[in-house]
Design a protein around this ligand. Structure first.
Ligand code: ADP
Ligand code: MG
Length: 258
C-alpha cells in the first residue's frame, strides 16, 4: 500500500542550532510510526514542519502523492493532517462538546453570514455538527462528558478530548505529540487501547511518546532522533536493543528513558 505521507530530507535550524537534520519518514494507513528521542531531539520541531507551523529549510512533504511543503497550517489541516499538542490547548471554559465542534467546523461549508444570521442553514449544520461531535466523544471514551467544561475534566480525559477534536477535522493522518505525558499507568493503558482502535479504523498515526511501555507495545515502526538526526529506525525489538539508542538515552536526561 502506498504511504499516506512521505517525508524526505527535512531540516530546520534556529540560528546556529540544527533542530532537525535531514529526516525522512513515511506513514501508512492503519500503521503507527513512533518518533522517540531525548528532550530537545527535535521531535516537536519535526511535527511543526509537517503541519506548516514552520517552513522547513530543506526537504519535501508529500500527502497522498501531492507535495504540500510550505503549505499553511489551516490548509494542511483541511488536506487531512491533524495533530495534538505537547501542552494541552483546549478552550477550558467551553464544554467538551463545543471543543470538538470547533474542530468540525473546518469541514463545514458555513459562512460567517450563516452564523451571524442564525440562518436555517446554520441551524441544520449545527445540529449535524453536534451529532458528529457527540459520536467522536464516544469514540474516545468521553460519552456523558459533553456538557462539562473542558477544564473540569481530569488530565487524562483532557488529553482524550484533544484527540477527539483532532479527529473532528476528519484526518487521514493523526500526529500525537506526547499524548501520554502526565498520565498514570491506568490512563496509559486506556490510551494504548484508544490509539490501537484508531489504527484499526485505518488512520495513519505518528506518535511522539516518552513512555517506552506505550511505544514498544503499539508501534509498527520507530524512528529515533538525537540532536535532530535520525540515529536509528526499525521495529520495536530492534530499537530496544540498538546500542546507539541506548547510549543516546543513558547519556541524556533521565526523563527521556521512562
Ligand atoms: N522556536 C524555536 N526557536 C529556537 N529554538 C527552538 C525553537 N523550537 C525549538 N527549538 C530548539 O530546538 C531543539 C529541538 O526542540 P524540540 O523540537 O522541542 O525537541 P523535542 O520535542 O524533541 O523535545 C531544542 O534545542 C529547542 O530548544
Ligand atoms: Mg517536544
Amino acid at each position: 500500500m502506498k504511504p499516506v505521507m512521505e517525508v524526505s530530507g527535512i531540516s530546520k535550524s534556529f540560528g546556529g542550532l540544527k533542530a532537525v537534520q535531514s529526516v525522512d519518514l513515511s506513514a501508512s494507513a492503519g500503521k503507527i510510526l513512533s518518533i522517540i528521542g531525548p528532550n530537545g531531539a527535535g521531535k516537536t520541531t519535526l511535527f511543526n514542519c509537517l503541519t506548516g507551523i514552520y517552513r522547513p529549510d530543506t526537504g519535501s512533504i508529500f500527502l497522498e502523492g501531492r507535495e504540500i511543503t510550505g503549505t499553511q497550517p489551516h490548509e494542511v489541516c483541511r488536506l487531512g493532517i491533524a495533530r495534538t499538542f505537547q501542552n494541552i490547548r483546549l478552550f477550558g471554559e467551553m464544554t467538551a462538546l463545543e471543543n470538538v465542534m470547533v474542530g468540525h467546523f473546518h469541514h463545514d461549508e458555513i459562512s460567517l453570514w450563516h452564523i451571524l444570521s442564525h440562518s436555517p442553514a446554520h441551524r441544520i449544520l449545527c445540529g449535524r455538527n453536534k451529532e458528529a461531535a457527540s459520536a467522536l466523544l464516544a469514540r474516545v471514551g468521553l460519552e456523558g462528558a459533553g456538557d462539562l467544561p473542558a477544564q473540569s475534566l481530569a488530565y487524562g480525559l483532557q488529553k482524550r478530548l484533544e484527540i477527539a477534536r483532532a479527529l473532528a477535522t476528519q484526518p487521514k493522518i493523526l500526529l500525537l505529540d506526547e499524548p501520554g505525558a502526565g498520565m498514570n499507568p491506568q490512563e496509559l493503558g486506556g490510551l494504548i487501547d484508544l490509539i490501537g482502535r484508531l489504527k484499526k479504523d485505518g488512520l495513519a498515526i505518528v506518535l511522539i511518546e516518552h513512555h517506552m511501555q506505550v511505544v514498544m507495545e503499539i508501534s509498527d515502526d520507530i524512528l529515533v532522533l538525537d540532536h535532530g538526526e535520525q540515529i536509528a529506525r526499525g521495529i520495536p525489538r530492534d530499537i530496544r536493543n540498538n546500542p546507539r539508542v541506548i547510549e543516546a538515552y543513558l547519556g541524556k536526561s533521565s526523563s527521556a528513558g521512562q
